[in-house]
Design a protein around this ligand. Structure first.
Ligand code: LLP
Length: 413
């Protein structure tokens, strides 16, 4: 077993006590288990082993360079969502041919960058975007490989903020329009339509919408083939959820079975863009108690040195993250609201959690913060970005140093 487990009562990451990490590197601190990332990447890869596939790690989940390099070393490709993520991918050692470029609003500059590099595929979101790609590529006397991102009008049954597959969501082009668009661009000088792309949302814990989306693009691919429009791959995006609260969620094999049942007979190469599933459980946000305050009614406020600036998911999606004392004491349990230090009432990490009565200086671990945590951090209230450490082979390295006020102000007059 890899990851975060108790050793003589104290929470540790792959054998390294979190208390040692906090003493050496300070708090708040993002801590990642390299072994967990390796294990979870390999589990997805193995689940799809019976079918030709490529995994393009969704950098948006966590693109700290060392994490990106680790995924590359395992054989992953990259899914980049901006020019910045393309740059990170290149600097992490991904070849342009290993990068798919997604994103609902790609600028001329970003498209030109992707075309000049010759990325594997640009997942095009609209007819207008394809026109722009065609113009840019034609001017460069090249042909860009694109996949059409279709919107299948499927409810992913995830949080509305991270559901992307309904026709009222801004993503992709209507299924009904895709065929005409394919026909229109089938002999365009600057684009070659090589695939279909669909991504109906994130943190999906019901496989039915994922299967339905796969079936929809398989159907479309067949209809295109019947018209003589041949593509080579289907990109089914990411989206597989994790269990933040311990409730049962589908495993990678069930996920693979659901998708492969839909895709297998098409024979088309399968591309996936997993993010959260690989990295979320591989990280904790380590934080120290700054203050403890009684509330009227007997509960406590436990005020941590981490809040919405380091983890915005609870306030943004009402997301649940488990919070655990690193070294539990023998104190009697009490109900606590775990909050951050920012001047917002919504800066609340967890309500009504039961812990042995915490004291100032205690360490807490906020679980499952390997994805969409550090990448979504901000400097609100002039707070400085935490350091990040990667635990590997019984030791750890600082993979991103703590930001200083000078770093922050270096950009200002
Ligand atoms: N591919 C595309 C086109 C995407 O838009 C996304 C995520 C992924 C792949 C990766 O999905 P994953 O396997 O990680 O579910 N900030 C939110 C999540 C936003 C996800 C955006 N797109 C959160 O904290 O829950």
């Amino acid at each position: 077993m890899t990851g975060f487990f108790r050793q003589q009562g104290t929470l540790a990451c792959d054998g390294v006590p979190l208390s040692a990490l906090a003493s050496a590197e300070g708090t708040p601190l993002y801590v990642y288990s390299a072994a967990t990332i390796v294990e979870r990447y390999r589990a997805i890869d193995a689940a799809f082993a019976s079918y030709p596939h490529s995994l393009h790690y969704a950098l948006k989940a966590n693109s700290t360079m060392a994490i990106a390099r680790l995924l590359r070393s395992l054989g992953a490709g990259a899914d980049a969502n901006s020019g910045g993520e393309i740059d990170v991918a290149l600097r992490a050692g991904f070849l342009p041919s290993q990068i798919v470029f997604t994103g609902v609003g790609k600028t001329w500059l970003e498209l030109a960058l992707a075309i000049d590099l010759g990325v594997a595929t640009i997942n095009a979101e609209s007819e207008g975007e394809i026109e722009r790609i065609d113009r840019l590529a034609t001017a460069r006397q090249t042909r860009a490989r694109i996949a059409l991102r279709v919107n299948p009008d499927i409810d992913a049954k995830s949080h509305p903020h991270i559901s992307t597959g309904l026709k009222t969501n801004k993503f992709g082009m209507p299924m009904a329009a895709a065929k005409a668009i394919c026909r229109r661009f089938s002999s365009a000088a600057g684009v070659e339509i090589v695939g279909l792309h669909v991504h109906v949302g994130s943190q999906i814990t019901d496989l039915q919408p994922l299967r339905a989306a796969a079936e929809a693009v398989v159907r479309l691919a067949r209809e295109l083939r019947d018209e003589g429009l041949v593509i080579d791959h289907l990109d089914l995006g990411g989206g597989l959820g994790v269990s933040y609260d311990g409730s049962p969620v589908p495993g990678v094999q069930e996920y693979a079975d659901a998708l492969l049942t839909a895709v297998r007979e098409s024979g088309l190469h399968l591309v996936l863009e997993p993010g959260r599933h690989i990295v979320a459980p591989a990280g904790v946000l380590l934080s120290r108690v700054i203050d403890v305050k009684e509330q009227p009614g007997g509960k406590l406020f436990v005020i941590l040195d981490a809040g919405m600036t380091e983890l915005i998911r609870p306030m943004m999606y009402g997301a649940y993250h488990a919070v655990e004392p690193v070294a539990p004491t023998a104190a009697a349990e009490i109900t606590c609201d775990v909050v951050g230090p920012l001047c917002e009432t919504s800066d609340t990490i967890g309500k009504d959690r039961r812990f042995p009565r915490p004291s100032v200086g205690d360490l807490f671990a906020i679980r499952d913060t390997g994805a969409y945590s550090a990448v979504m951090a901000s400097n609100y209230n002039r707070r400085l970005m935490p350091a990040e450490v990667l635990v590997e082979k019984g030791g750890w390295s600082v993979i991103r140093r703590r930001q200083t006020i000078d770093d922050l102000l270096a950009l200002e007059t």
